[in-house]
Each structure stands twice: as C-alpha cells, then as structure tokens.
Write a protein that binds this ligand. Structure first.
Ligand code: GLP
Length: 258
C-alpha cells in the first residue's frame, strides 16, 4: 500500500485528480464514490475537462453504493448526487454512469446483476474510495465479509449519524443500502482511497497499520496489489510510521512518480 501525505485537502484532491485523469484519457472504467471527501477531486477533474481538454467520453462509471428506498430523483440518492456533483459537468455519456438499483424488490438479484455489469464492462480500472469514521468503504460496515459481493446492508448507527447532515432530520436517513461488497471493490485494478480531516485519523491508522480485519473494512486494502492512500496532515496524525511514508514518497523511483 502506498501512503501519500499531503499538507491539506486541496493537495489531496489535486493529486487524486491527476491520477484519475491518467485513466480517464484512456477510456477506462472508473469506480466513483459519493460522500464529501471526493468533491474537491471531482471539481478538479471538471476543471481539467473544461480547461485542459480532458475527456471522459470513452469512459464508463460504476458507483459504489445507493440508498434503498430513495427515488432516483431524490436529491440525496447517489444516482442524483454523482450527476449533480460530477458527471453532468463532464462529457461522459449519462447511460454509461451506473449505480445499484436502490428501488429493487429483490436485492440479491440486483446485487448479482450489478456485479455482472461491472465484470461485463471489463472490470473497474480505478476505484475511488472515501472512508467512514468507523472504517467503512462503500457502505461495508464493520463486520462485512472481506470477500462480500454487492448486497443489501443495514447502516451502522454511527453512519446514520454521520450522514444525517445531508438530510433534514436524522429520521430521514435510509437505514438500508445496496453496496458493492469488499470482494467487488477488491477486483478493481487500482484502489485510490482519500481521507481528509482529523475525524478520519483513527480510521486511517486502523486501515493502514491495524490488522486486516472485518472490524475495519477498509483494511482490506492491505490485501490489494495496487492500493494508493492519499491523506492530509490532519488525517495522517495517528499514523505510527508517517516518517517512513514521507521518506518513501520523496525517494520514489522516477517511473513511479505521479
Ligand atoms: C458514506 C459513503 C462512503 C463514504 C463515506 C465517508 O457513507 N457511502 O462511500 O466514503 O461515507 O463520507 P465523507 O467523505 O462524507 O466523510
């Protein structure tokens, strides 16, 4: 796992956008994430599209997750969110932006269909990830099988609390979601996890330096052959070996520089 520490969220976003742009230009299959962390990265990609000719026209995109029971046109559905925050502002074909069907009556079948659609696209080339304060990725809450497929999950009360800021009342936050599983996410060829702010410091230390464990779903990145974690100073503050990560970053062989 490559751990890159940057001074602040803007630098995290600039580097993440640069990495993603390298894939987009080649017409890759992109794994997209919602949440507030990737927003600055999306802003930078939109800027690159408008001002530097970066095109997404040959890309496909698969979202990590979706709330169960929210209509697609609900402002907080992830179907709407990813369009509002990112894909409506670039040249990707709207029909190439996929997300799990949160209105399905048969979540098992919907989960299987989503995993099949990802595979039929050739698989995700790069998966962007945030991390929950409890170590979740997508909506794989603590206790999720490290090899899980896309499926229905019940949100942890901590996640409901964390996400209540997007809804009028905490009671409005859906309790169930369809999420790519940790097995699904792990099949992406490159995982790119971003974390900013001190609220993520504990989760970052656990995922990078703690044991690989379903208690911290993001620790599954330790098993992946190509995982990049970009954090700001605030999110890096609990890392034991941060000096080594900085040293390795500064002394990277030139062919590995982003
Ligand atoms: C949400 C999403 C995750 C996201 C995480 C952190 O619930 N399902 O994909 O990474 O929580 O969100 P934020 O970036 O807003 O802190």
């Amino acid at each position: 796992m490559e751990i890159l520490i940057r001074p602040d969220p803007e630098d995290v976003a600039a580097l993440a956008a640069q990495i993603l742009a390298g894939y987009a230009g080649d017409g890759a299959t992109l794994g997209l994430a919602t949440g507030s962390t990737p927003l600055a990265t999306y802003q930078e990609l939109i800027r690159l599209h408008h001002h530097e000719g970066l095109s997404f026209s040959k890309c496909q995109a698969f979202l990590l997750d979706e709330y169960v029971g929210l209509p697609r046109d609900h402002e907080q559905s992830y179907y709407r969110t990813i369009r509002r925050e990112f894909t409506e502002h670039i040249d990707i074909d709207d029909s190439a932006v996929h997300s799990p069907d949160g209105l399905t009556e048969d979540s098992d079948a919907a989960g299987r269909a989503y995993d099949e659609a990802i595979q039929q696209s050739g698989g995700v080339d790069i998966q962007l990830l945030g991390v929950g304060t409890n170590g979740h990725i997508g909506f794989n809450e603590p206790g999720s099988s490290l090899s899980s497929p896309t499926r229905l999950k019940t949100l942890h009360p901590q996640t409901v609390k964390d996400n209540a800021r997007f809804f009028e009342r905490a009671a409005d936050v859906p309790r169930h979601v369809l999420t790519q599983g940790l097995g699904t996410i792990s099949r992406a060829r490159h995982l790119l996890l971003l974390a900013t702010g001190e609220g993520k410091a504990q989760a970052v230390a656990a995922l990078a330096e703690g044991p690989v464990s379903a208690r911290c779903p993001a620790s599954v990145l330790q098993l992946h052959p190509h995982a990049t974690v970009i954090v700001d100073e605030a999110a890096a503050q609990n890392l034991q070996d941060s000096e080594y990560y900085r040293y390795a970053d500064a002394n990277k062989p030139h062919w590995q520089r982003h």
